[in-house]
Design a protein around this ligand. Sequence first.
Ligand SMILES: [Zn+2]
Length: 274
Amino acid sequence: METIRLIFTLLLGMTIGSFLNVVAWRVPRNESIVRPGSRCTSCGKEIKWYDNIPVISWFILRGRCRSCGAGFSVRYAMVELLTGLLFAGIFLKFGLTWLFLKNAVFMSLLICVVLTDIDHWIILDSVSLGGIAAGLAFSFVPGGVGFLSSLLAAAGAIILFLVIRIVSKLILKRRPGYTIAPEGHEDETDEFQGGMGWGDIKLAGMIGAFLGPSSLAMALFIAFLSGALTGIAAIIAGRNRRLPIPFGPFLAFGAAIAAFAGQALWQFYLTIGF
Ligand SMILES: [Zn+2]
Protein backbone atom coordinates (compact mmCIF):
# COMPACT_ATOMS: atom_id res chain seq x y z
CA MET A 1 0.00 0.00 0.00
CA GLU A 2 2.81 2.35 0.95
CA THR A 3 4.57 1.63 -2.35
CA ILE A 4 1.40 2.37 -4.30
CA ARG A 5 1.06 5.71 -2.49
CA LEU A 6 4.69 6.50 -3.19
CA ILE A 7 4.25 5.81 -6.91
CA PHE A 8 1.03 7.84 -6.88
CA THR A 9 2.81 10.87 -5.40
CA LEU A 10 5.63 10.48 -7.92
CA LEU A 11 3.17 10.46 -10.84
CA LEU A 12 1.16 13.29 -9.31
CA GLY A 13 4.34 15.37 -9.01
CA MET A 14 5.32 14.62 -12.61
CA THR A 15 1.90 15.74 -13.81
CA ILE A 16 2.07 18.92 -11.73
CA GLY A 17 5.58 19.48 -13.11
CA SER A 18 4.15 19.31 -16.63
CA PHE A 19 1.59 21.94 -15.64
CA LEU A 20 4.34 24.13 -14.13
CA ASN A 21 6.18 24.02 -17.47
CA VAL A 22 3.03 25.32 -19.13
CA VAL A 23 2.56 28.07 -16.51
CA ALA A 24 6.20 29.20 -16.75
CA TRP A 25 5.99 29.33 -20.55
CA ARG A 26 2.58 30.93 -20.98
CA VAL A 27 1.87 33.28 -18.08
CA PRO A 28 4.88 35.59 -18.71
CA ARG A 29 3.67 35.74 -22.34
CA ASN A 30 0.15 36.63 -21.20
CA GLU A 31 -1.29 33.45 -22.66
CA SER A 32 -4.08 31.40 -21.11
CA ILE A 33 -2.92 28.36 -19.17
CA VAL A 34 -6.01 26.31 -20.08
CA ARG A 35 -6.57 27.09 -23.75
CA PRO A 36 -5.47 26.02 -26.24
CA GLY A 37 -4.09 22.57 -25.36
CA SER A 38 -0.36 21.90 -25.56
CA ARG A 39 1.12 22.81 -28.92
CA CYS A 40 4.49 22.46 -30.52
CA THR A 41 6.09 25.89 -30.21
CA SER A 42 7.72 25.33 -33.60
CA CYS A 43 5.00 24.07 -35.98
CA GLY A 44 1.98 24.92 -33.80
CA LYS A 45 0.47 21.46 -34.16
CA GLU A 46 -1.48 20.21 -31.19
CA ILE A 47 0.33 17.65 -29.04
CA LYS A 48 -1.88 14.60 -28.52
CA TRP A 49 -2.41 13.36 -24.98
CA TYR A 50 -0.38 10.21 -25.61
CA ASP A 51 2.57 12.35 -26.68
CA ASN A 52 2.16 14.54 -23.62
CA ILE A 53 2.79 12.03 -20.83
CA PRO A 54 5.22 13.59 -18.36
CA VAL A 55 8.84 12.46 -18.68
CA ILE A 56 7.93 9.26 -20.61
CA SER A 57 6.81 10.97 -23.83
CA TRP A 58 9.96 13.02 -23.97
CA PHE A 59 12.03 9.86 -23.97
CA ILE A 60 9.76 7.95 -26.38
CA LEU A 61 9.90 10.82 -28.87
CA ARG A 62 13.56 11.44 -28.04
CA GLY A 63 12.75 15.08 -27.32
CA ARG A 64 11.30 15.77 -30.79
CA CYS A 65 7.94 16.94 -32.11
CA ARG A 66 6.11 14.04 -33.81
CA SER A 67 5.01 16.31 -36.68
CA CYS A 68 7.91 18.58 -37.50
CA GLY A 69 10.80 17.02 -35.62
CA ALA A 70 11.71 20.24 -33.80
CA GLY A 71 13.62 19.58 -30.60
CA PHE A 72 12.00 20.06 -27.21
CA SER A 73 14.43 21.03 -24.48
CA VAL A 74 15.28 18.26 -22.06
CA ARG A 75 14.49 20.83 -19.39
CA TYR A 76 10.76 20.04 -19.64
CA ALA A 77 11.33 16.39 -18.79
CA MET A 78 13.81 17.35 -16.06
CA VAL A 79 11.29 19.71 -14.43
CA GLU A 80 8.65 16.97 -14.50
CA LEU A 81 11.05 14.45 -13.02
CA LEU A 82 12.27 16.85 -10.33
CA THR A 83 8.72 17.74 -9.31
CA GLY A 84 7.86 14.04 -9.13
CA LEU A 85 10.88 13.25 -6.98
CA LEU A 86 10.17 16.22 -4.68
CA PHE A 87 6.56 15.09 -4.21
CA ALA A 88 7.74 11.55 -3.45
CA GLY A 89 10.27 12.97 -0.98
CA ILE A 90 7.59 15.05 0.73
CA PHE A 91 5.41 11.94 1.01
CA LEU A 92 8.26 9.95 2.57
CA LYS A 93 8.87 12.71 5.11
CA PHE A 94 5.32 13.75 5.97
CA GLY A 95 3.04 10.94 4.76
CA LEU A 96 -0.29 11.82 3.16
CA THR A 97 -1.06 14.62 5.62
CA TRP A 98 -1.84 18.32 5.49
CA LEU A 99 1.91 18.87 5.54
CA PHE A 100 2.15 16.89 2.30
CA LEU A 101 -0.31 19.27 0.66
CA LYS A 102 1.40 22.34 2.15
CA ASN A 103 4.87 21.30 0.99
CA ALA A 104 3.66 20.11 -2.40
CA VAL A 105 2.15 23.55 -3.00
CA PHE A 106 5.29 25.22 -1.67
CA MET A 107 7.64 23.20 -3.94
CA SER A 108 5.41 23.82 -6.96
CA LEU A 109 5.51 27.58 -6.37
CA LEU A 110 9.29 27.49 -5.91
CA ILE A 111 9.80 25.58 -9.17
CA CYS A 112 7.71 28.17 -10.97
CA VAL A 113 9.88 30.90 -9.42
CA VAL A 114 13.07 29.24 -10.68
CA LEU A 115 11.74 28.82 -14.24
CA THR A 116 10.38 32.34 -14.75
CA ASP A 117 13.30 34.03 -12.97
CA ILE A 118 15.85 32.20 -15.15
CA ASP A 119 13.91 32.77 -18.38
CA HIS A 120 12.46 36.25 -17.90
CA TRP A 121 13.93 37.78 -14.73
CA ILE A 122 10.48 37.85 -13.21
CA ILE A 123 8.72 36.20 -10.31
CA LEU A 124 5.00 36.18 -10.97
CA ASP A 125 2.89 38.09 -8.44
CA SER A 126 0.33 35.30 -8.60
CA VAL A 127 3.09 33.02 -7.32
CA SER A 128 4.75 35.25 -4.72
CA LEU A 129 1.72 37.16 -3.39
CA GLY A 130 -0.52 34.13 -3.85
CA GLY A 131 2.21 32.18 -2.06
CA ILE A 132 2.16 34.56 0.91
CA ALA A 133 -1.60 34.01 1.22
CA ALA A 134 -1.17 30.23 0.86
CA GLY A 135 1.65 30.16 3.41
CA LEU A 136 -0.47 32.07 5.93
CA ALA A 137 -3.42 29.74 5.30
CA PHE A 138 -1.29 26.60 5.73
CA SER A 139 0.02 27.90 9.05
CA PHE A 140 -3.30 26.73 10.57
CA VAL A 141 -3.07 23.07 9.49
CA PRO A 142 -2.04 20.37 12.00
CA GLY A 143 1.75 20.53 12.28
CA GLY A 144 1.77 23.98 10.66
CA VAL A 145 3.99 26.79 11.95
CA GLY A 146 1.09 28.74 13.49
CA PHE A 147 -0.36 31.99 12.20
CA LEU A 148 1.71 34.42 14.28
CA SER A 149 5.00 32.71 13.36
CA SER A 150 4.00 32.68 9.73
CA LEU A 151 2.98 36.34 9.74
CA LEU A 152 6.07 37.49 11.65
CA ALA A 153 8.43 35.57 9.38
CA ALA A 154 6.75 36.91 6.24
CA ALA A 155 6.87 40.50 7.49
CA GLY A 156 10.42 40.11 8.79
CA ALA A 157 11.66 38.71 5.48
CA ILE A 158 10.02 41.51 3.50
CA ILE A 159 11.49 44.20 5.78
CA LEU A 160 14.97 42.61 5.67
CA PHE A 161 14.92 42.45 1.87
CA LEU A 162 13.60 46.01 1.60
CA VAL A 163 16.51 47.19 3.75
CA ILE A 164 18.97 45.25 1.58
CA ARG A 165 17.44 46.85 -1.51
CA ILE A 166 17.60 50.37 -0.09
CA VAL A 167 21.16 50.02 1.21
CA SER A 168 22.51 48.48 -2.00
CA LYS A 169 20.78 51.17 -4.07
CA LEU A 170 22.38 53.85 -1.89
CA ILE A 171 25.82 52.29 -2.27
CA LEU A 172 25.51 51.95 -6.04
CA LYS A 173 24.12 55.47 -6.42
CA ARG A 174 27.72 56.66 -6.54
CA ARG A 175 28.30 54.40 -9.52
CA PRO A 176 25.40 54.99 -11.89
CA GLY A 177 25.07 52.35 -14.57
CA TYR A 178 27.41 50.00 -12.71
CA THR A 179 25.13 47.03 -13.18
CA ILE A 180 24.59 45.93 -16.78
CA ALA A 181 21.00 44.96 -17.50
CA PRO A 182 20.68 41.49 -19.04
CA GLU A 183 19.86 41.12 -22.73
CA GLY A 184 16.33 42.18 -23.57
CA HIS A 185 15.96 44.15 -20.33
CA GLU A 186 18.00 47.23 -21.26
CA ASP A 187 15.09 49.54 -20.46
CA GLU A 188 14.98 48.27 -16.87
CA THR A 189 18.58 49.12 -16.02
CA ASP A 190 17.46 51.03 -12.95
CA GLU A 191 15.57 48.06 -11.53
CA PHE A 192 18.68 45.90 -11.91
CA GLN A 193 20.95 48.52 -10.38
CA GLY A 194 21.77 47.31 -6.91
CA GLY A 195 20.47 43.87 -6.36
CA MET A 196 17.20 42.91 -4.75
CA GLY A 197 14.27 43.28 -7.14
CA TRP A 198 10.66 43.59 -6.02
CA GLY A 199 10.07 39.99 -7.04
CA ASP A 200 12.77 38.78 -4.63
CA ILE A 201 11.26 40.86 -1.82
CA LYS A 202 7.80 39.34 -2.29
CA LEU A 203 9.32 35.87 -2.69
CA ALA A 204 11.16 36.26 0.63
CA GLY A 205 7.79 37.09 2.21
CA MET A 206 6.29 33.94 0.74
CA ILE A 207 9.14 31.77 2.04
CA GLY A 208 8.73 33.31 5.49
CA ALA A 209 4.98 32.68 5.45
CA PHE A 210 5.50 29.00 4.63
CA LEU A 211 8.48 28.28 6.89
CA GLY A 212 8.16 30.45 10.00
CA PRO A 213 11.15 32.25 11.59
CA SER A 214 13.73 29.52 12.33
CA SER A 215 13.48 27.66 9.02
CA LEU A 216 13.32 31.01 7.21
CA ALA A 217 16.66 31.97 8.78
CA MET A 218 18.08 28.68 7.56
CA ALA A 219 16.66 29.19 4.06
CA LEU A 220 18.10 32.71 3.78
CA PHE A 221 21.49 31.60 5.08
CA ILE A 222 21.67 28.85 2.43
CA ALA A 223 20.37 31.23 -0.26
CA PHE A 224 22.94 33.95 0.41
CA LEU A 225 25.77 31.46 0.81
CA SER A 226 24.97 29.50 -2.37
CA GLY A 227 24.31 32.75 -4.27
CA ALA A 228 27.62 34.25 -3.20
CA LEU A 229 29.58 31.08 -4.00
CA THR A 230 27.94 30.81 -7.41
CA GLY A 231 28.63 34.48 -8.10
CA ILE A 232 32.29 34.10 -7.17
CA ALA A 233 32.61 30.92 -9.24
CA ALA A 234 30.99 32.64 -12.23
CA ILE A 235 33.39 35.58 -12.01
CA ILE A 236 36.38 33.25 -11.74
CA ALA A 237 35.04 31.44 -14.82
CA GLY A 238 35.16 34.77 -16.66
CA ARG A 239 31.65 36.19 -16.27
CA ASN A 240 31.39 39.98 -16.23
CA ARG A 241 30.94 40.97 -12.59
CA ARG A 242 28.61 43.79 -13.60
CA LEU A 243 26.09 41.32 -15.03
CA PRO A 244 23.41 40.45 -12.46
CA ILE A 245 22.51 36.87 -11.52
CA PRO A 246 18.84 36.10 -10.71
CA PHE A 247 18.52 35.51 -6.96
CA GLY A 248 15.15 33.72 -7.03
CA PRO A 249 16.65 30.27 -7.78
CA PHE A 250 18.96 30.55 -4.76
CA LEU A 251 16.09 31.59 -2.51
CA ALA A 252 14.08 28.65 -3.84
CA PHE A 253 17.02 26.30 -3.26
CA GLY A 254 17.48 27.49 0.33
CA ALA A 255 13.74 27.29 0.97
CA ALA A 256 13.53 23.72 -0.35
CA ILE A 257 16.41 22.55 1.83
CA ALA A 258 14.91 24.31 4.85
CA ALA A 259 11.48 22.79 4.20
CA PHE A 260 12.96 19.29 4.24
CA ALA A 261 15.68 19.67 6.84
CA GLY A 262 15.12 23.06 8.50
CA GLN A 263 14.21 21.73 11.92
CA ALA A 264 17.08 19.25 11.95
CA LEU A 265 19.55 21.92 10.80
CA TRP A 266 18.22 24.34 13.40
CA GLN A 267 18.67 21.76 16.18
CA PHE A 268 22.19 21.12 14.94
CA TYR A 269 22.90 24.85 14.95
CA LEU A 270 21.63 25.22 18.52
CA THR A 271 23.68 22.21 19.59
CA ILE A 272 26.96 23.52 18.27
CA GLY A 273 25.83 26.83 19.79
CA PHE A 274 27.55 29.78 18.17
ZN1 LIG B 1 6.28 20.64 -34.32
